[in-house]
Design a protein around this ligand. Structure first.
Ligand SMILES: [Zn+2]
Length: 313
């Protein structure tokens, strides 16, 4: 089956296009069964019957779950919210650069704020990135840095700041560690419990290839990594940048993240911050393919295929 070339290009298009349940179903069907053969998810039979009125299929064999919708086996399956609405929310999350709030979603698709919050949360889980492969293979440069969410460490007096870091605590703030693989243009970020040396270095070991060039700031917690990596350190007191040795890329990601969090997500529980990171990483990591800009329609497709690859228990 051919990909529909009338696919929406903007949020407004998407809202209109997917409001038609036939369009939503056609989109989902192509994505789930690319060869056009709808298959019974229970027994694998390929001669299933389409029930027009219900927009469902029915298997010709007699077994439990004989009738199935395009939502079966996906993160949308057990939700009473129709596919048309889910697709619009996936569009919003994949393309709204500064994130979307549950209030905006509630208004856009006509559900309660609580339902919208649940939908956003579930889609974010579906967008969770693979944290297994290491960054910076082929000796590529990787920037590593950590940041504090919810506090004003930046404005602290230097002495207080030093004490604060020495204690390794965050006074109720959430700490996020991040890596940017410059060649792959990919960011990976996660919540960490503290900024102690063993914590930061364990994260570096877990996520950075031993062949990589590693760039960090001069926090003492990164001392000693030279034994394992080509490790160069940025001194933020110096105003100039030493060639390639900087952490500007990951710092740019932090500024986008903070803009999103302060503008959209009024109060983020530390417990949920990893989900917001998944969302921010998804948009950041899917903004370019080599030097070509990925457009909204393509990014939506990428999000949908990622979301469909997962099933939540
Ligand atoms: Zn069957």
């Amino acid at each position: 089956m051919e990909r529909n070339t009338n696919q929406p290009k903007t949020l407004q298009d998407a809202v209109i296009y997917f409001a038609n349940p036939d369009n939503a179903l056609a989109y989902m069907t192509v994505l789930r069964w690319p060869d056009g053969v709808v298959t019974c998810p229970t027994c694998g039979r390929k001669d299933v019957k389409f029930l027009h009125n219900q927009r469902k299929w029915q298997c010709k064999s007699t077994h439990a779950k004989r009738q199935f919708s395009a939502k079966v086996g996906t993160i949308f399956e057990d939700s009473p919210i129709p596919l048309e609405k889910w697709l619009v929310v996936v569009w919003m999350i994949s393309n709204c650069r500064n994130g979307v709030s549950s209030y905006e979603v509630a208004r856009a698709i006509g559900v309660t704020q609580k339902s919208a919050w649940f939908m956003l949360h579930r889609i974010r889980l579906g967008l969770q990135s693979d944290l297994v492969a290491k960054l910076g293979g082929d000796s590529g440069p990787v920037e590593a840095d950590e940041t504090f969410i919810g506090g004003k460490v930046k404005n602290m007096h230097a002495e207080k700041k030093a004490r604060y870091f020495k204690r390794g605590g965050a006074f109720g703030k959430t700490i996020v560690m991040g890596f940017l693989d410059r060649e792959a243009r990919a960011v990976r970020a996660k919540v960490i419990p503290n900024v102690k040396r063993e914590t930061l270095q364990a994260e570096v070991m877990a996520h950075v290839d031993k062949e990589a060039k590693l760039y960090t700031d001069n926090a003492p917690a990164y001392d000693g990594l030279r034994a394992r990596f080509v490790h160069e350190v940025v001194d933020h007191v110096q105003t100039y940048v030493r060639g390639q040795v900087h952490t500007n890329g990951i710092e740019h990601f932090w500024s986008l993240l903070k803009r999103t969090l302060s503008g959209t997500y009024v109060a983020v529980e530390p417990f949920h911050l990893d989900r917001y990171l998944d969302e921010q990483m998804f948009r950041f990591n899917n903004r370019k393919d080599g030097n070509r800009k990925i457009n909204d329609s393509e990014r939506f497709d990428i999000a949908m295929s990622q979301v469909l690859g997962k099933r939540l228990s």
